[in-house]
Design a protein around this ligand. Structure first.
Ligand code: KIV
Length: 266
């Protein structure tokens, strides 16, 4: 069942009313139309496209031109879900002006919000974009664009010091005006604290059930990404053959709180 058109304030209202937000990555118009029909609230044009479509080992080789192209494709197929687009590695870190120029290209391609990875250091950039009318989604916990500094795709926030740093980062991004916050691979209890503390809705991936919503990489939840799936992934196509049915089952499981279960927590 297709949703009414989702808006940025509408996501905040869903979170306030306790309705879970179902988000999936999406990279093309055909899947965007299918995800819309299945009731997905938010489509993320993730830079994970570099891995699942481009076959790279990380998201670092993805270019801003590629993000613009895929955002245009998804926006052409999505009519109800809110389209969020990732800023590529190197497209926003150098200066607020660099970030604005590249974010504006994604908005012109059809994004309704952009996503950036980073904590308190990024707050002035977030503030700069928000003041100029660009809604921003933050991304804390495991930040895939920092995979080499982190030494791998590992859970974050497991020590007292790193949990405190995550609280500080979330507060700084909130004060800067984020409208959504992705929490990737952080302990469920910490994600619950952050969700209770900040005003923006949180979207978890490997962050437990207390977040305001959930996101998965589309190819992971359909079981078509080669290699061992991460612990937080559930294959919703298992036992069925209908892709739209699998996506609808994901939306239902997020909304009724049956996904993620304890087995999906890091
Ligand atoms: O690029 C992506 O797919 C993401 C999700 C994992 C949240 O950032």
């Amino acid at each position: 069942m297709t949703n009414p058109a989702r808006t940025v304030p509408g996501l905040a209202a869903m979170a306030r009313q306790g309705e879970k937000i179902a988000m999936l990555t999406c990279y093309d118009a055909s899947f965007a139309a299918l995800l819309d029909r299945a009731g997905v609230d938010v489509m993320l044009v993730g830079d994970s496209l570099g891995m699942v479509i481009g076959g790279h080992a990380s998201t670092l080789p993805v270019t801003q031109d590629e993000m613009v192209y895929h955002t245009r494709c998804v926006a052409a197929g999505a009519h109800a879900a809110l389209v969020v687009a990732d800023m590529s590695f190197g497209s926003y870190q150098a200066s607020r002006e660099q970030a604005y120029g590249n974010a504006a290209r994604l908005m012109a391609a059809g994004a309704k919000m952009i996503k950036v990875e980073g904590g308190a250091w990024l707050a002035p950039t977030v503030e700069f974009l928000v003041a100029r009318g660009i809604p921003v989604c933050g991304h804390l916990g495991l930040q895939p664009q920092s995979v080499h500094r982190l030494g791998g795709y590992k859970a974050q926030g497991k020590t007292d010091a790193s949990a405190r740093a995550l609280h500080d980062d979330a507060r700084a991004l909130t004060a800067a005006g984020i409208d959504l916050l992705v929490l990737e691979m952080v302990p469920a209890a910490l994600a619950a604290e952050l969700t209770a503390e900040i005003t923006a809705p949180t979207i978890g991936i490997g962050a437990g059930p207390a977040c305001s919503g959930q996101v998965l990489v589309l190819y992971d939840m359909l079981g078509i990404y080669p290699g061992k799936p991460a612990r937080f992934v559930r294959n919703f196509l298992t036992g069925g053959s209908d892709v739209e049915g699998a996506v609808a089952a994901y939306v239902k499981a997020v909304k009724d709180g049956s996904f993620p279960g304890p087995e999906h927590c890091v």
